[in-house]
Write a new protein. Structure first.
Length: 340
């Protein structure tokens, strides 16, 4: 289970709360697998030379790999349950779990000042993105969702510039535009040079996801990463529950087991746990900088689509993956610029 702001949870590794005082005890030096938090809120994880010192990137990587199953599993769930149930039903189920988390931990209610940004995050991440994604994947294969998701970094960066006041350097924008250009070239080459209706829905999902990412990163700096996700799900719960109730006839009890598994994964992981890690990474490492990890996500999705759905990964896909990886590395080398 992913932890939120109180600490970092790893397998067989003790949790160290933020702000824990450092002592003169050298016991952490005797344990090579300790997790150590530095003054700049980075996390030193690993053993010997194998260390990961950037907490923002650490949480971002976890989120990206957890999200990599979202597109292929949506492709499995949408034809069975319909786009509304597959898209908004997962948010409704996640809202129930999120409510339990908030009650068990006695979290304070968000203030009225934070409510607009929290609502923006909820609408972008839990209403617009999953609904548009499900509508698109009803008619196009998951490989289209993989390549269009490569546009998310640019959408996130543009929204970040407006909402968070971040000012990435020129090399950041150069790498982003280059990566997006590679993805678009790949998509057009495999789509016959035209944009189908399903692809148009996927582009709407990109815009919605970018706005939700940026809004979530801003508000997470004030109320915490997992709290932002949980409250975002609760705020939009009236929309998701009403929409699912109206389409409840499509919630087939005797649906295939893989469809039910897909819906549950989309609800618990894609709509909750993965977002907790992702928004935490955005809030610590910078919305625009950590957001560039999404350049790698399309190719993680391609791998999952090949394994789960039997889609073929071509040489062109591998070369595109390599080019996008180069663009992502160039962007990640940029230090987060301070907000003016």
């Amino acid at each position: 289970m992913l932890s939120g702001y109180p600490g970092v949870c790893c397998s067989n590794v003790p949790m160290i709360p933020v702000g824990t005082a450092r002592t003169n005890d050298d016991s952490d030096m005797r344990d090579p697998c300790k997790v150590r938090r530095t003054r700049d809120d980075s996390v030193d994880i690993g053993w010997g030379p194998f260390r990961f010192g950037d907490a923002g990137l650490f949480w971002g990587v976890i989120g990206v790999f957890a999200f990599s199953l979202t597109v292929p599993l949506t492709r499995v769930a949408a034809p069975t349950f319909g786009p509304v149930v597959a898209g908004l039903g997962r948010a409704a189920l996640a809202a129930l779990v999120a409510t339990a988390f908030l009650l068990m931990t006695s979290q304070p209610r968000p203030t009225l000042r934070n409510l607009p940004m929290l609502t923006s995050a909820g609408l972008g991440l839990f209403v617009g993105y999953p609904l548009f994604l499900s509508l698109g994947l009803e008619t196009v294969p998951s490989i289209h969702g993989a390549v269009t998701s490569g546009l998310l970094p640019l959408a996130t960066a543009v929204a970040a510039a407006v909402l968070a006041g971040e000012r990435p350097p020129a090399i950041f924008w150069t790498g982003t535009i280059a990566g997006v250009g590679v993805v678009l070239t790949y998509a057009l080459a495999h789509g016959g040079g035209s944009i189908a209706r399903g692809d148009a829905w996927l582009l709407c999902a990109v815009v919605s996801g970018g706005l939700g990412n940026a809004s979530g990163g801003v508000i997470a700096r004030k109320i915490g990463g997992w709290q932002t996700i949980c409250w975002g799900l609760v705020v939009v719960a009236p929309i998701t529950f009403v929409a699912v109730f109206q389409k409840s006839a499509q919630l087939a009890i005797h649906a295939p087991l893989q469809a039910w598994f897909s819906l549950l994964y989309l609800a618990i992981v894609s709509s909750l746990l993965a977002f907790c890690a992702w928004v935490k990474g955005l809030s610590i490492g910078g919305i625009a900088r950590v957001g560039q990890l999404q350049l790698l996500q399309p190719f993680a999705i391609l791998a999952c689509s090949a394994i789960l759905l039997g889609e073929q990964v071509t040489f062109a896909s591998l070369m595109t993956s390599l080019l996008v990886l180069v663009c992502a590395i160039a962007c990640l080398m940029c230090r987060r610029s301070r907000s003016s």
